[in-house]
Design a protein around this ligand. Sequence first.
Ligand code: 13P
Length: 340
Amino acid sequence: MNTQDELQSTISDLVVKGKGILAADESSPTIIKRFKAINVEPTEENRRAYRSLLLATPQLGDYISGVILFEETLTQTTDADIPLPQLAAQQGIVVGIKVDKGFLPLAGATGDNITQGLDGLADRLAGYKQQGARFAKWREVYNISATNPTALGIKANAETLARYAAICQSVGIVPIVEPEVLLDGDHSIDRCYEVIEAVQHAVFHALYRHGVIFECMLLKPSMVIQGKDHPVKATAEEIAEKTLKELRRTVPAAVPSINFLSGGQTPEEATANLNAINALAGNAPWLLSFSYARALQQPVMQSWAGKSENVAVAQAALFKRAKLNGAAQCGSYVVDMENT
Ligand code: 13P
């Protein structure tokens, strides 16, 4: 298959009505934090056991079209010695890989960050591809304050995302472009709107300049929501209305799918907000779906708590959230479904 056909076929497998993406690509420091919260030692064996549990969830492929893995998972196997990427593929789930190396402060732009990992990326991608990866993820992180993100931060982060995406496409890997605007802070929903609109405008401008094929990428954005310390909580309808407004203003119709991150929303909020977005979307040109980590995994980790006897109930918790988010992708979720 040539590179263009490879990209196209991965897009067709990932962009499916009623399905979304499971982000299970927590970096080592992040998984330590998540395991600590459930009193589980962050050993390699526990990470392998936990991620095997996720990927072995019966019927997961009914609602999950793709999974983003962390590098080490590509080489791990189940108790029965099946490589984890192969287990995902058996479920009809496309394997993706987080390829960024986390962020550091951006010199010259106090309060802004810049993500590392472009050096040698093409070579690393070739290796991941041999291990079964067909798409990738790269996350840039933006703080909101009175002065952040700065104009320089917006420009430099957009440029980095575009360079990453262009490299991915050149080797037949579909890039997920993730400009994450953080929920931290006491900013209003309108301030969040202003930042996301500016960030995404710059990102698509840079993607265009770098020759990225919009038809063969996915966008993973934050929803437009007030900061978590803001006194007034927006309704799902308000979040949906403002999120759709900025998407229509910044994202070309050629992009096939927009898969939101959950960013610290509760599992129920992330589902209700995605549902409201789809209920209001009318004839939007993109699939509007999810690429959640915490909002899918929180109840799973709590049910599992590191104990093999809890695997089935933890898998049931994952299947439930995947199914409800699948419904939200179609705008057919109602809160009563939480009780089934
Ligand atoms: P959350 O859904 O927990 O925000 O994570 C998504 C993700 O992949 C962040 O990079």
